[in-house]
Design a protein around this ligand. Structure first.
Ligand SMILES: C[S@@+](CC[C@H](N)C(=O)[O-])C[C@H]1O[C@@H](n2cnc3c(N)ncnc32)[C@H](O)[C@@H]1O
Length: 270
């Protein structure tokens, strides 16, 4: 749906940000280097042999898979959004990467062989809206990763001792394209695990400017709820926790004030 409220307002479309992979890739691409360094650093630190096969559930545009493939790693991924998967595979093709992402639900999939390490760094896991779906995801991931392999799971937790952050804004630029992103809490109901966030991309190029407005519906996790979920999976143990600054030499203790966490999960024997 398009709207133009008055002559000074920016043209607005209400669409999924995930249906705009080119813009998504720019908005979320900035931190790639830090994330890739962290993924490879975790494999050095927490695995007994170097990983050969990397896997990303909810890979989106495959920004991280592509960065790893460029370094010569064998990668694979899945995403629910066909436009994101097409974008990801088109980039693989353009650069001669022999990998294919596929369309699937991260709580209901199987892969033909096991991988050594998986990652899901920026909160995508919270798109799964029920405890059942979250459990099924950890179970599918248990089948996708070999015993002793890792799953790096990044989640923005709901702190229990301090007020959660309610807004976030950042900008990204590539060539003549620049995007200002704003995210805000729309609804956080007491007693409900479902939270609604508004997100908008203000897209500016030499030929046009417009705004994409979307709503993200995410399941919330307090630190203890996340711990219980991991323990009850029966196939993952939590070996370390970090925050989103990805400093391998600076692991964190999750407490009631913690928000951003990357769980380093190791695949146990069943
Ligand atoms: C925040 S993006 C992250 C993309 C990518 N992991 C990255 O780091 O850039 C969240 C992604 O989760 C995908 N997604 C949401 N629900 C999903 C599901 N049930 N199964 C697979 N992918 C899902 C969306 O299509 C979107 O591409």
């Amino acid at each position: 749906m398009n709207s133009k409220a008055d002559k000074y307002s920016i043209e607005t479309v209400n669409e999924s940000i995930y249906d705009h992979p080119k813009y998504y890739d720019l908005v979320f691409g900035a931190d790639c280097a830090a994330e890739v360094k962290f993924i490879l650093g975790c494999s050095d630190q927490y695995m007994q042999r170097p990983p050969k096969k990397f896997f990303e559930p909810a890979c989106g545009t495959g920004r991280l898979l592509y960065a790893l493939a460029k370094r010569g790693h064998n990668v694979a991924g899945l995403d629910l959004n066909p436009k994101a998967v097409d974008f990801c595979n088109a980039r693989f093709d353009r650069h001669g990467v022999e990998a294919k992402a596929f369309v699937a639900d991260m709580s209901d999939f199987r892969v033909p062989h096991r991988h050594d390490i998986a990652f899901n760094t920026i909160n995508s896991f919270r798109h799964l809206q029920t405890e059942k779906a979250a459990r099924e995801h950890l179970s599918c991931m248990g089948q996708a990763i070999r015993v002793g392999g890792l799953y790096l799971l990044g989640v923005h937790l709901t702190p229990t001792e301090v007020a959660p952050s309610e807004t976030e804004s950042w900008s990204a630029r590539r060539g003549h394209l620049s995007i200002n992103t704003h995210m805000w809490t729309k609804e956080r109901k007491k007693g409900s695990r479902i939270e609604r966030f508004g997100i908008q991309f203000d897209v500016h190029s030499p030929t046009k400017s417009f705004r994409i407005v979307d709503e993200l519906v995410l399941r919330s996790y307090k630190p203890r709820q996340m711990d219980r979920l991991i323990t009850s999976s029966g196939c993952w143990e939590n070996v370390a926790t970090y925050n989103f600054s990805y400093q391998l030499d600076d692991p964190i203790e999750v407490d009631a004030a913690t928000e951003d966490v990357v769980y380093v999960l190791r695949r146990t024997r069943d």
